[in-house]
Design a protein around this ligand. Structure first.
Ligand code: ZN
Length: 186
C-alpha cells in the first residue's frame, strides 16, 4: 500500500475508482496516516467538508471530515453536529439511522458543477478507527451526519447522482453529460 501522498489529487467523475467498492484498511500504518493528512490538506484546499480515499484515487475504506462549529452547529453536543478538528475515519461502519429522511442540496468535490437534493436520515451512529488506530463510536446529527453518509457512500462506489431526487437528476443531466464528455476528450 505504499503511496507517495504528494502525488495525490482529487479525481473527478467518471473515474473508475469512484465506482469501486473500497477495501478495508488492514492496519493504520505511517503510510495510512500520511495519506490521511494529505487528504485533509486537499479537502481544505478545495473548501470541502469531507473527502473519501476513492476521491484521491485510492480504493481504501477511509475518509476525512471537517464540519466547523458555528451558531447552527454546536460542538460538544450529543449527538455531535460539528468537528473541532478535521476527523479521520478508517473502516467506518454506520448504524442506527434515524427513520426520518431530510432533504438537502449536496455537492461533491468529484462532481464539479453538480448540486442536487438528497434525502438522508438526520442522525446516524458511526464506529471507526481514528488516525491513532483506536476505535471510536460517535452519533452525529445535522450536516455532520449527512457528511458521514455522503463520504461512506463513496466507499461503496455510490455517488450523489445515484441518490438525487428525480427533479434534481433532471436538472443536472446536462452538467453530468458535460463531465462525461470532458473525460472522453481528455
Ligand atoms: Zn463526494
Amino acid at each position: 500500500m505504499s503511496v507517495d501522498p504528494k502525488t495525490l489529487s482529487i479525481v473527478h467523475y467518471p473515474a473508475e475508482v469512484l465506482r469501486q467498492k473500497a477495501k478495508e484498511v488492514p492496519d493504520v500504518t505511517a503510510d495510512v496516516r500520511r495519506v490521511a493528512e494529505r487528504m485533509i490538506e486537499l479537502m481544505f484546499e478545495a473548501e470541502g467538508i469531507g473527502l473519501a480515499a476513492p476521491q484521491v484515487g485510492l480504493p481504501w475504506r477511509m475518509f476525512v471530515a471537517h464540519v466547523p462549529e458555528n451558531e447552527d452547529r454546536s460542538l460538544g453536543a450529543d449527538p455531535l453536529e460539528a468537528t473541532g478538528e478535521p476527523m479521520v475515519c478508517i473502516n467506518p461502519r454506520l448504524s442506527q439511522p434515524e427513520r426520518d429522511l431530510v432533504p438537502l442540496d449536496e455537492g461533491c468535490l468529484s462532481l464539479p458543477e453538480i448540486v442536487g437534493e438528497v434525502r438522508r436520515p438526520s442522525r446516524i451512529t458511526m464506529t471507526a478507527l481514528g488516525i491513532d488506530g483506536r476505535e471510536f463510536t460517535v452519533r452525529a446529527a445535522g450536516l455532520l451526519a449527512r457528511c458521514w453518509q455522503h463520504e461512506n457512500d463513496h466507499l461503496d462506489g455510490v455517488l450523489i447522482i445515484d441518490r438525487m431526487t428525480p427533479p434534481s437528476r433532471l436538472r443536472n443531466r446536462n452538467a453530468l453529460k458535460a463531465l462525461e464528455q470532458r473525460a472522453v476528450f481528455h
